[in-house]
Design a protein around this ligand. Structure first.
Ligand code: NOJ
Length: 566
């Protein structure tokens, strides 16, 4: 497979706000491509696929943890923050990945696991064996397990308590996730210093930013229930200040699975900024709700609520990632409905969520896949794609935990889907072979050969978005319609949001969640009265906006429009 890249740009382009226009792609190193036939993906394998990612139109890669780890939580159980898992290659391989990505003007964002370490980490081993030594206070120790009884348990399927007893130190330690992941003690300034040093270590190696894993849980108290405590925000502010001073242009992305008003707090304020980006956990499940209920009301509510964010900040929007589709932040009623629609088999559920991929969730409906992706790329924020979703890859619910949707990338119809030449039994996880999603038909090579494949559709969408920076940097304004299945909004780019040589753009985006054709009369802001509308994919003219600022559009089943307002 070879990929011709239309506008290859040598070297990283300077733009301190690069993340606002970027398309991000989450790729687990172990899952993408295996260069040395050991059955596990590696840095060299990923380097070999950069041409593909550049062809697709990706601007930045997000790499989940690749550090030394016992791998009991997909690498989020870090045993050493400064070394890489030998299966993935060497530090030099990682450096080469950064260099080669940068040569393509592609950035690399990595996970900074700030809340906890593996119990195999040297700090924890020292802490449990030498309570009065330098690491004695690095974790949250207690003589009893009854502190903060109301703090919720996140991994409710596996853990019964947030405390575990350590037989060596003969005390309990606090853990928000698995019991083998002790929480770091942020009450200890030495821990802050350690995390700063780790951040500097990777920034000096050239990475372009961090996803701050599990960032709401750094501090604990009875009143704050261990989530989004004020001191947690103080810590993020100090990390951001260090980065702004010493590493300008590098980004912080908050993984804060919180209620809408709380997520926005992770941006901080213009005067006291925290993260440049925050994952839009409130919007994501509501997209899935709208797809089945044919009702956009809750999506409209949440989008209207969360648009005010500080200058320079932006949302990280996503549909799926390496975790379950989390349903913690929707109402009980919505959660029950979502389980009914999307997780009818109990094996599909985990904790408070659903462990399936995008294509299987949407029953491989091409209409729904297109609608979901088109919405993702038009929502305010930068879209995060999950590896394999661009070819509508399936999952494997017979695997444990979230491994269901972490199976090897499917490149070809050949052995191991072209992911590895190892003995199939040696792969870190089996390739998907289920009905309708077998790698012999669902793979990059096959999708490339079919001009109407979902892969080609996704690529076109990405390239049209790249040609319309309004969808990255533009302001967001809801447009009203009485049709309860139709979501419409206008994105507007001001001249201050343009790069030299660009003209401001305005785009009307309309999405029908109705399961049948429908029409919608949409009311835009008064300033758009009399404007012309043009489809940005084919260039076709549409009925213009009336003098009353309204336009009536006919929509196909689960159809969408991106219309330039001229
Ligand atoms: C968030 C990560 O996305 C998830 O995969 C992990 O299990 C938890 N943090 C705990 O480390």
């Amino acid at each position: 497979m070879s990929f011709t890249v239309p506008f290859s740009q040598p070297g990283l382009q300077h733009d301190p706000q690069w993340y606002r226009r970027a398309i991000f792609y989450e790729v687990m190193v172990g899952a993408f491509a295996d260069s040395d036939s050991d059955g596990v993906g590696d840095f060299q394998g990923l380097i070999g696929k950069l041409d593909y990612l550049e062809w697709l139109g990706v601007d930045a890669l997000w790499l989940p943890p690749f550090y030394a780890s016992p791998l009991l939580d997909g690498g989020y159980d870090v045993a050493d923050y400064r070394s890489v898992l030998p299966d993935y290659g060497t530090l030099d391989d990682f450096r080469e990945l950064v260099t080669q990505a940068h040569q393509r003007n592609m950035r690399i964002v990595i996970d900074l696991v700030v809340n906890h370490t593996s119990d195999q980490h040297e700090w924890f081993q020292q802490s449990r064996t030498d309570p009065h030594g330098p690491y004695g206070d690095y974790y949250v120790w207690s003589d009893t397990d009854d502190l903060w009884p109301d703090i919720r348990i996140i991994f409710s399927d596996t853990e019964e308590s947030n405390w575990a007893f350590d037989s060596e130190r003969r005390q309990f330690y606090f853990h928000r996730f698995f019991s083998h992941q002790p929480d770091l003690n942020y009450g200890n300034p030495a821990v802050h210093q350690e995390i700063f040093d780790v951040a500097r270590y990777w920034l000096d190696m050239g990475v372009d930013g961090f996803r701050l894993d599990a960032v709401p849980y750094l501090y604990e108290s009875d009143e704050g229930l261990g989530e989004s405590e004020p001191e947690t925000h103080d810590f993020i502010r100090s990390l951001r200040a260090m980065m702004d001073t010493d590493y300008p242009g590098k980004v912080l992305i908050a993984e804060a699975n919180q209620r809408p008003h709380e997520v926005a707090e992770y941006f901080g304020t213009t005067e006291a900024p925290e993260c440049h980006m925050a994952f839009d956990f409130p919007v994501m499940p509501r997209v899935f709700y709208a797809l089945r209920s044919q009702q956009v009301a809750s999506l409209v509510d949440v989008l209207s609520e969360t648009t005010e964010i500080p200058h320079g900040a932006t949302w990280a929007v996503f549909l799926r990632n390496h975790d379950e589709l989390t349903l913690e932040m929707v109402s009980d009623e919505e959660r029950q409905a979502l389980y009914g629609w999307y997780a009818y088999d109990p094996r599909m559920r985990i904790n408070e969520g659903i462990r399936r991929r995008l294509a299987t969730l949407l029953d491989n409906s091409r209409h729904e896949l297109e609608l979901a992706k088109a919405l993702l790329l038009a929502l305010p924020g930068a879209p995060f794609l999950y590896y394999g979703d661009e070819i509508a890859m399936g999952d494997n619910i017979w695997l444990n935990d979230r491994d269901a949707s972490r199976t090897p990338m499917q490149w070809t119809p050949d052995r191991n889907a072209g992911f590895s030449t190892a003995d199939p039994g040696k792969l870190y996880l089996p390739v998907v072979q289920s009905l309708g999603y077998h790698y012999s038909s669902v793979n990059v090579e096959t999708a490339l050969a079919q001009s109407r494949s979902f892969l080609h559709f996704v690529r076109q969408l990405i390239h049209v978005r790249r040609a319309h920076p309004v969808l990255g940097v533009g302001d967001f304004e809801m447009a009203s319609t009485p049709n309860e299945s139709v979501l419409a909004f206008v994105r507007t780019q001001s001249s201050e949001q343009c790069r030299p040589g660009e003209s401001p753009q305005t785009m009307l985006c309309v999405f029908s969640f109705a399961h049948h054709p429908t029409t919608a009369t949409i009311t835009l802001g008064a300033r758009h009265a009399g404007a012309r509308l043009r489809d940005v994919f084919g260039g076709g003219s549409f009925p213009g906006v009336g003098e009353n600022a309204q336009v009536t559009l006919t929509m196909g089943t689960q159809g969408f429009y991106w219309l330039a307002v001229e």
